[in-house]
Design a protein around this ligand. Structure first.
Ligand SMILES: Cc1ncc(C[n+]2csc(CCOP(=O)(O)OP(=O)(O)O)c2C)c(N)n1
Length: 936
């Protein structure tokens, strides 16, 4: 029809629909629109007249107007006035936002009714399209930029646009208490001013330039309380952190001032407890609130300098808070328990990959948190780096668009815009249970820190900063202009706040005021006392329940035999039949029976990378999963197993957070291969291994790291034992390399039993090659008696103890190669013992071990890793010290190497064989294997 020929563009459908409505029932459109359509089609029929009588220009202006409105909604944020340091908005570079592009004159718009632009009902009703376009411009191109064009789901998109256009979260519709806001801004500024005055140049990472962050957090927390959310979990880096600690977490001024004064008499418990503490802008805090009978915890975990590392930790905490695990089956999820908020830097949000990893968790089963609120504290600089040096995207927040997260850019100098932004973000989160990003654009009053000179690198920007009034000043001026405060009143409030700080400082007894979360030591010998064996009856019953499948379950035919073998495992003699995965499942089942929930995550962990686990079976006919650990009747707590996204740092950070929030649950992360922990090194350093020394945290995360040089090349061979041992100190971790299924069983059970009394992270090097190896398999007796053995002596000596001159010590997989070597029988002068726990080093057991061999002449440490890797460099000084240099100590292993293993499997086999020979014969061939004799 004629209309279709004349119209094109995204809103043709809308115009046609409007017109059709008019044709069906002229009263269904407003009078102005009726008038317009009457002009087009005076007899009230469908406009099939020649276009000349239809007034083509009218039709074109109508389409142009509609398309212009659409362009403003989608791209208006590009010309919004978002930078407080600029007087004018950026020059509009996108022609779509101009009248010319749409072939429009002002006149055309004046002649069109506003209703054709499909505006939601608003307080101010526009009479014509010109006014409507102008009001759209004022909404979309003001001090707030709504960046929603990437949202694909119509319901959400409509809600977002409607919310923006109806102004439902800004005054006059929803009030802002202007005077209260002035009070708040004054407190925030006074805090920084005072510290700047008494500690000039001392690092505090002032919030100034982004002061609105605090009132925005106030708003979110108050709304969360109204919504009966029980925990607000906040993560942030250095910028503004002290101000947030003081004013959101109510850390007393006296404590902060004491930290600045850094008194001499502070706790020095390093020797006993491994306590170093940390700088003040890394420390965490929490506070409990009670409002209208709703209890709420506001918790900000500590944060390292490694920017954005805290992001997955915070969402992991939120996931744990939202999950109840006290009943068997899968964990139960409650979507309104907690609210995660993460405050990012503009350079780090886009620069640090862990941010993308964290955003990627937002809708993944087992990781989602019902929406995290993100605020980018955007001061337009990253240390000295400019925006163009920091990123390839236009806005710092653009990364979020790929995850379909709505974004609001807000000028940090406009309090109303900022408050509207957080209200929108929170309401969206509550309605759609999804993430939201606010890009809060401000500036930085000082250099990167307060001793840094920003004018070396940003002289022009800092001319503007120097001339720019603070937001407190701007807001006070506004209130004065509106007659809400008297002249001079704002200054009085400021002086009062400064006086308060001065008094706190005058009365300060720094040593007394300093509060340090020095961790308490665990009860002595707790780890040795736990009983990990379980009765045979229990073992059998658990096994039976685990092999109980639902009626009509269609098991994969390839698994039928294995399941049958498992089902009948204990029917006859089970000697040596319990393999690694069976021991693990039985350990898990017994832990659940004891009432400890388990969460196991990792890449492909449900089946197990090496097809060993099958924690989830899939019905071959309908793909329905069956998870035995969720169905056994003995369980008294929930079990969860998840295939994690392909992430290292983010995934481990998430589990660390989950573990911090729910320390009573056994939380396990498994690497696909041990070296896939490499990209998480920073998270391990900061949150797992040094977090007790710095922050008093007591994590107990378990890491299962497949390790073992098995000819698969440099990248699937090493979980980097040396790195973990290098970071082990002051009992901050347990590091084990078990060599039998039963040992693994006891180790897992011990970890679960120690969660409450002696929590420590546990790093387990899990030997791939032993998963199904008969020599690593155990009997039921091994599970029903005994305990975790830190050292295993040679129980099957080929000769007598008095014959033994060489004591071979090793750990993990190499033991099997040594034991199965033909040389073993020939060398009755050699005993082979296993150091199953590398850290804390079992000194007593080691001393007892060599004391058994009266004619011992040497100790030989054998490892398959290169000389500069594995446990050697860690053990060497410790073994020497333990032996008091009485005997020579030899090293047998691969020579020094920059790469962990050979790329060729043939070369691997040759080297491995030579290494075993050297272990028994102690000959050196430096090219393939190293034999190093230590002093003795
Ligand atoms: C991973 C990492 N790299 C470098 C640094 C050193 N550093 C500290 S803050 C900073 C700038 C960060 O800029 P931005 O994210 O915009 O935050 P801002 O300091 O401007 O608030 C740098 C480079 C760091 N702490 N962490």
């Amino acid at each position: 029809m004629a209309l279709e020929k004349e119209f094109h563009g995204p809103n043709l459908a809308y115009i046609l629909e409007l017109h059709q409505r008019y044709l069906n029932d002229p009263t269904s459109v407003d009078e102005a629109t009726r008038k317009l359509f009457r002009e087009w089609s005076p007899d009230g029929t469908e406009p099939t007249l020649p276009t000349s009588t239809l007034s083509t220009s009218n039709l074109l202006s109508l389409t142009g107007a509609v398309n212009l409105a659409w362009a403003i909604r989608s791209y208006g944020y590009l010309s919004a006035k978002l930078d407080p340091l600029e007087d004018a908005p950026p020059v509009v570079r996108d022609p779509l936002l101009t009248l010319e592009f749409h072939k429009l004159q002002e006149e055309d718009l004046l002649n069109l009714p506003a209703a054709v632009l499909n505006l939601p009902e608003r307080q101010v009703v526009d009479e014509n399209a010109y006014q409507a376009i102008e009001s759209l411009r004022s909404i979309y191109c003001g001090t707030i930029g709504y960046d929603y064009g990437h949202i694909r789901i119509p319901e959400e998109r409509n809600w977002l646009y409607q919310t923006a256009e109806t102004g439902r979260f800004r005054p006059p519709q929803e009030a802002v208490d202007e005077k209260q806001l002035l009070e708040r801004l004054t407190r925030i500024e006074a805090f920084e001013l005072f510290l700047h005055r008494i500690y000039p140049g001392k690092t505090r990472f002032s919030i100034e330039g982004l002061d609105m962050l605090i009132p925005m957090l106030d708003e979110i927390i108050a709304s969360a309380s109204d919504e009966k959310i029980h925990a607000v979990l906040m993560g942030m880096a250095h910028r503004g952190r002290l101000n947030v600690l003081a004013h959101i977490l109510q850390k007393p001024y006296s404590q902060i001032l004491a930290e600045f004064s850094d008194p001499k008499g502070r706790a020095t418990t390093w020797d006993e407890l491994g306590w170093t503490g940390d700088v003040k802008y890394h420390m965490g805090a929490y506070k409990s609130l009670k409002d209208k009978d709703v209890e709420m915890l506001v918790h900000m975990p500590p944060n390292p300098s490694h920017l954005e590392q805290v992001d997955p930790v915070v969402v992991g905490m939120a996931r744990a808070a939202n999950t109840k695990t006290d009943a068997p089956g899968p964990p139960r999820y409650f979507e309104n328990e907690s609210l995660p908020i993460v405050i990012h830097g503009d350079a780090s949000f886009v620069g640090q990959g862990i941010v993308a990893e964290t955003l990627n968790f937002s809708h993944v089963a087992g990781y989602a948190t019902s929406g995290c609120l993100h605020i980018i504290a955007n001061n337009q600089l990253g240390f000295t780096a400019t925006e163009s040096e920091s990123r390839s995207s236009l806005h710092a927040s653009d990364l979020a668009k790929g995850f379909e997260i709505p974004v609001i850019h807000s000028n940090a100098d406009d309090p109303i815009a900022c408050i509207e932004a957080v209200r929108t973000a929170f309401a969206y989160r509550q309605k759609f249970r999804k993430d939201f990003v606010i890009n809060l654009i401000g500036y930085r009053r000082y250099g990167h820190n307060e001793g840094d000179e920003p004018r070396f690198t940003q002289p022009v920007m800092y001319q503007k900063v120097d001339a720019h009034p603070t937001i407190r000043q701007l807001w006070a001026d506004q209130l004065e202009k509106d007659g809400l405060i008297q002249q001079g009143e704002a200054e009085e409030i400021l002086q009062a706040r400064l006086k308060e700080l001065q008094e706190a400082n005058d009365q300060l007894d720094a040593e007394k005021a300093l509060v340090e979360p020095v961790p308490q030591p665990p009860p002595r010998g707790a780890a040795q006392k736990v009983k990990t064996a379980i009765t045979l009856k229990r073992l059998k019953e658990l096994n039976r329940s685990l092999m109980e499948f639902p009626k009509d379950f269609h098991l994969n035919p390839k698994l039928v035999r294995a399941v049958e073998r498992r089902r009948t495992l204990f029917d006859k003699s089970d000697d040596g039949k319990i393999d690694w995965a069976t021991a693990e499942e039985l350990a898990f089942a017994s832990i659940l029976e004891d009432g400890t929930p388990i969460r196991l995550t990792g890449q492909d962990s449900a089946r197990g990378t090496f097809s060993q686990r099958h924690a989830v079976f899939y019905d071959v006919e309908n793909n329905q999963p069956h998870i035995p650990l969720q169905t056994i009747p003995q369980a008294a707590a929930a079990f969860e197993v998840l295939n994690s996204p392909l992430s290292e740092a983010g995934a481990i950070g998430f589990e660390v957070g989950y573990n911090i929030m729910a320390p009573e649950r056994l939380v396990i992360w498994e690497a696909q291969y041990g070296d896939f922990i490499n990209n998480a090194q920073g998270v391990l350093d900061e949150f797992l291994l040094s977090s007790r020394a710095k922050w008093g945290l007591t994590p107990s995360l378990v890491l299962l790291l497949p390790h073992g040089n098995e000819g698969q090349g440099p990248d699937h061979s090493s979980a980097r034992i040396e790195r973990f041992l290098g970071l082990a100190a002051e009992i901050n971790v347990r590091i084990a390399y078990p060599s039998t299924a039963a040992q693994y069983f006891h180790l897992l059970r011990r970890q679960a039993l120690l969660l409450k009394t002696d929590p420590l992270p546990l790093v387990v090097f899990t030997p791939k090659g032993l998963l199904r190896h008969p020599l690593a398999a155990s009997s039921s007796n091994d599970l029903t008696t005994g305990n975790w053995q830190r050292v295993i002596e040679d129980a099957d000596l080929p000769g007598k103890k008095t014959d033994v001159k060489n004591l071979i010590l090793c750990s993990g997989r190499i033991y099997v190669d040594l034991l199965t070597s033909p040389l073993r029988k020939e060398h009755t002068d050699s005993a082979i013992a296993r150091v199953e726990q590398l850290y804390p080093l079992p000194k007593q057991e080691l001393e007892e071990l060599w004391a058994q061999y009266p004619n011992l002449e040497r100790l030989i440490w054998v490892q398959e890793e290169p000389l500069n890797m594995g446990a050697w460099n860690y053990l060497r000084p410790r073994l020497r010290q333990l032996m008091e240099d009485r005997l020579p100590l030899h090293y047998v292993g691969r020579p020094e190497s920059s790469s962990p293993a050979e790329g060729s499997s043939t070369l691997y086999r040759i080297n491995q064989q030579l290494l075993i020979e050297h272990a028994f014969k102690l000959e050196s061939q430096a090219r393939t294997s190293s034999v190093v004799k230590e002093r003795g």
